[in-house]
Design a protein around this ligand. Structure first.
Ligand code: TYM
Length: 327
């Protein structure tokens, strides 16, 4: 069977090194042997209080950054979710296939909204829209970071239930998570994932951060007070900060965290290593970003053509779902 890959990113903040290592880099690396749909989930950025001007700016930045990260419009279809109305329509049909109990169990909902009366209804139903994003394209593989596993699992459950109840409309996709970089942690709090929506952001490396900013953030990264001769080592329970820096070096350079620790004498040396590794990954992305940002019409055309293609390929899938449900 030929492969189809699909993944989206939400413009809820500036893209981070976590987004790159966990999703964008693997997405870019997998464009040759598959049909790829890579998108901006702009509708998902409105599930918590948002500012329209900021959202518009972030969408513009995402479009350029996705190209700068190596997503290639000659090999992948690049699009914006809100340009393809079928996403919202199928989401409603899938809400009629999803249980409230399933949505209540979603970790992100539990953390960000459950039990608060002002929580937007869209935060609760967001995983159904995400299932719609996925199932509309009948992908075989969904490359994501580790934090999206539960949502893709739900999409699989919903697809299976729909197919059993109404007939075989959807493909049940596999989740693919990269071997390194699937969960990059916050430098200031290594028990929490690096997130683009973290307000303060001292422990979050953004793709467009200057090398100096990267250096400063890594210099302030939390470690521990161990000064022994083997202080620089992997120990996920006792040394989460040090292990996070080693994971970061490993994911950026393609080694293992244990190899990355080899011969590194001090935390100062480890931080220098991590800074060099992160800057080396960001530098080509930032260079391409600057070149692409100078050509907004090209970027506009890529996403307009992508959306047109998406509207075409999703129409028969939506029609099959409607018909199977009796509409
Ligand atoms: P989002 O925008 O939060 O994240 C985009 C991608 O980046 C990955 N990621 C990380 N990987 C490693 N370490 C981190 N610290 C880290 N933070 C984020 C995410 O796992 C994701 O792959 N709901 C999704 C977007 C979405 C989607 C979809 C994804 C909407 N529809 C359909 C796949 C298929 C989200 O908000 O991801």
């Amino acid at each position: 069977m030929s492969h189809t890959r699909l993944s989206l990113l939400t413009p809820s903040g500036h893209l981070t090194l976590g987004n790159y290592l966990g999703a964008l880099r693997p997405m870019a690396a997998q464009q040759d042997d598959a049909t790829c749909y890579y998108g901006i989930s702009d509708l998902h950025a409105m599930t918590t209080a948002h500012d329209p001007t900021t959202l518009r700016d972030l969408i513009a930045e995402f479009r350029v950054l996705m190209l700068a990260c190596g997503l290639d419009p000659t090999r992948a279809t690049l699009f914006r979710q809100s340009s393809v109305p079928a996403h919202a329509e199928l989401a409603y049909l899938l809400e009629c296939t999803t249980y409230v109990g399933e949505l209540n169990r979603m970790i992100q909902f539990k953390e960000k909204g459950r039990g608060r009366p002002m929580t937007r209804a869209s935060l609760h139903t967001y995983p159904v829209l995400m299932a719609s994003d996925i199932l509309l394209y009948r992908p075989t593989h969904v490359p994501v970071g580790d934090d999206q596993r539960q949502h893709v699992e739900l999409a699989r459950d919903v697809a299976q239930r729909f197919n059993l109840t109404y007939g075989p409309v959807f493909t049940v996709p596999e989740i693919t998570v990269p071997p390194a970089g699937a969960r990059v942690m916050d430098l200031a709090d290594p028990t929490r994932k690096m997130s683009k929506s973290t307000r303060e952001g001292a422990g979050v490396i953004r793709l467009l951060d200057d090398p100096d900013v990267v250096r400063r953030k890594i210099a302030r990264a939390v470690t521990d007070s161990d000064t022994g001769p083997s202080a620089v080592r992997v120990d996920r329970d006792a040394k989460p900060g040090v292990t996070n820096l080693l994971d970061l070096v490993a994911a950026c350079t393609g080694t293992s965290p244990e190899e990355a620790a080899d011969g590194v004498p001090t935390y100062g040396a480890l931080k220098k290593l991590a800074t060099d590794a992160a800057v080396a990954v960001l530098e080509p992305v930032q260079r391409r970003y600057a070149a692409l940002a100078a050509d907004p019409m090209y970027v506009e055309d890529v996403f307009a053509a992508g959306a047109a293609h998406c509207r075409e390929v999703t129409a028969p899938v939506l029609a099959a779902a409607r018909e199977a449900m009796g509409l």
